[in-house]
Design a binder for this molecule. Structure first.
Ligand SMILES: Nc1ncnc2c1ncn2[C@@H]1O[C@H](COP(=O)(O)OP(=O)(O)OP(=O)(O)O)[C@@H](O)[C@H]1O
Ligand SMILES: [Mg+2]
Length: 454
């Protein structure tokens, strides 16, 4: 039960408020002056203070200030007589939760109290969670306490000590590289290099020479001998990022090198032996790539001795709190800002958003908010437009039925989308088609299918 402290030097108000709030199911404590109220703030487990502004002795304003010193988060609602609105504004500046004017309407008071309590509950939950941000949930700098992350920590632990190849798959920004590093830094190879190479970023020839190095004069521009990443990683770990992007000829070559751990630099004849542990990552479904014939199955089996699948952020929303707090801390420190928290509205947006860019996107958004914010409370105005407005995407989880026939349900949704797009675009088919991202002819085809006539 929530406990509300009522502070007023007029007995009548105390009695009325006690009765009103009691009937709403709250526990009430009363104080007839600010000194007594402060004693209660100190010792009782309160959820809300509601105080008169003008009182004999210490004023409500002073009580507000003192109470904020003792319990900064405890919400305080001010009651002011009509005509002292400047004081109410002053109180808001001093972080009163809200004010109401006397005489008040019961409904208005009840609503204000309800909102204040809800807000306080959220603030408390946040605090508990940030306190839980201990080493227990950390693996190096990987944050997350969800079941799926705990499974990943176990895997990291188990595989770190072996030399087995590990393939890490998951959507963009889910932390694949971070996990690869954790494997390396928890292994006996940790004092040797961790070298990564992005297989998607280079042309085939460049990638080959990046991987295996080249001799002087091997090709135009090769003015000096250069060691490749395989050599640089000797004794350590080589991380093949975006491994699915490797061309078929290079896949053949890599397979051979992995079998023998021996290769020549481009343009060279001497074979070089290395001891390298291979980790790889992809945001594609590698099995599917193999089935489609885009990735060699023999190479896949070599790389995929152990498989770690990193789930998208949306599927581990228990981690969102920890991650947000972690990134606030990180960027607050980096940018020399004071303490910051998120407003309940901002939390709501963050929880409901679908996070297609996963943790990278979350990190960017928090960094941006820390830069933009000056009040110490990050609100929705500090969040980018596009994460605020995407209602349709947000609610998918909620409105998709659990056990309806798939095809019929999809068709129902499709028909609705087409009708709504038309309505929204004044029946201009080309615009409507564009709005939902299909061609005009496909749009017309579907209109026919659903007997939509305009
Ligand atoms: N669990 C986590 N805890 C803390 N930070 C994380 C976590 N996961 C990812 N990050 C951060 O998010 C960003 C993206 O992570 P990372 O580069 O590892 O993702 P990725 O899966 O390799 O993405 P991509 O497929 O786009 O290469 C990095 O800045 C990383 O530090
Ligand atoms: Mg990556």
């Amino acid at each position: 039960m929530e406990t509300i402290l009522i502070v007023d030097d007029e007995k009548n108000y105390r009695v009325v408020l006690e009765a009103l709030l009691g009937s709403e199911g709250y526990e009430t404590i009363t104080a007839e002056n600010a000194d007594e109220a402060l004693r209660q703030v100190r010792k009782a487990d309160l959820d809300l203070v509601i105080t008169d502004m003008k009182m004999g002795g210490m004023s409500g304003m002073q009580l507000l200030e003192e109470s904020k010193k003792i319990k900064p988060d405890l919400p305080v609602i001010m009651m002011t007589a009509y005509g002292t609105i400047e004081m109410a504004v002053e109180a808001m500046k001093k972080h009163a939760y809200d004010y109401i004017t006397k005489p008040f309407k019961n409904e208005e008071l009840k609503l204000t109290i309800k909102k204040a309590l809800e807000n306080y509950r959220l603030v408390k939950e946040n605090r508990l969670l940030s306190e839980a941000l201990t080493d227990r949930y950390r693996y190096g700098n990987i944050i997350g306490k969800s079941k799926s992350m705990q499974k990943i920590y176990d895997m990291i632990n188990k595989v770190a000590q072996s030399k087995a190849s590990v393939m890490i798959t998951g959507a963009s920004g889910t932390g694949k590289e971070l996990i690869a590093k954790a494997i390396h830094y928890n292994s006996t190879r940790k004092d040797r290099p961790f070298i990564s190479i992005n297989c998607g970023a280079l042309t085939e020839t460049l990638l080959e020479s990046e991987m295996f190095g080249h001799e002087r004069g091997a090709f135009t521009g090769a003015v000096a001998m250069r060691k490749g990443r395989f050599e640089l990683a000797d004794g350590g770990t080589l991380f093949l990022d975006e491994v699915s992007e490797m061309s078929p000829p290079l896949q053949v070559k890599l397979l051979r090198v992995l079998q023998e751990m021996e290769f020549e630099r481009v343009g060279g004849t001497r074979s070089i032996r290395v001891d390298v542990r291979i980790l790889s990552a992809s945001n594609k479904d590698m099995k599917e790539e193999v089935e489609k014939g885009l990735f060699r199955d023999d190479l896949f089996f070599r790389l995929n001795v152990i498989h770690i699948e990193v789930p998208p952020l949306k599927q581990r929303s228990e981690d969102i709190h920890l991650l947000v707090n972690h990134f606030i801390e990180k960027y607050k420190r980096e940018k020399n800002r004071k303490d910051m928290t998120l407003s309940p509205e901002a939390w709501k947006v963050i929880y409901n958003y679908h996070w297609p860019g996963n943790i990278r996107e979350l990190e960017n958004i928090i960094e941006r908010a820390v830069v933009l914010n000056s009040s110490g409370i990050i609100g929705i105005e500090d969040l980018p437009e596009d994460i605020l407005g995407r209602k349709e995407d947000l609610d998918v989880d909620r409105f998709v039925p659990l056990n309806a026939p798939l095809q019929a349900t999809l068709e129902q949704i499709e028909e609705k989308m087409i009708r709504r797009a038309l309505a929204k675009c004044g029946n201009v088919q080309s615009h409507a088609a564009q709005m939902i991202g299909i061609t005009r002819s496909l749009f017309q085809h579907k209109m026919k299918k659903y007997n939509i006539v305009i």
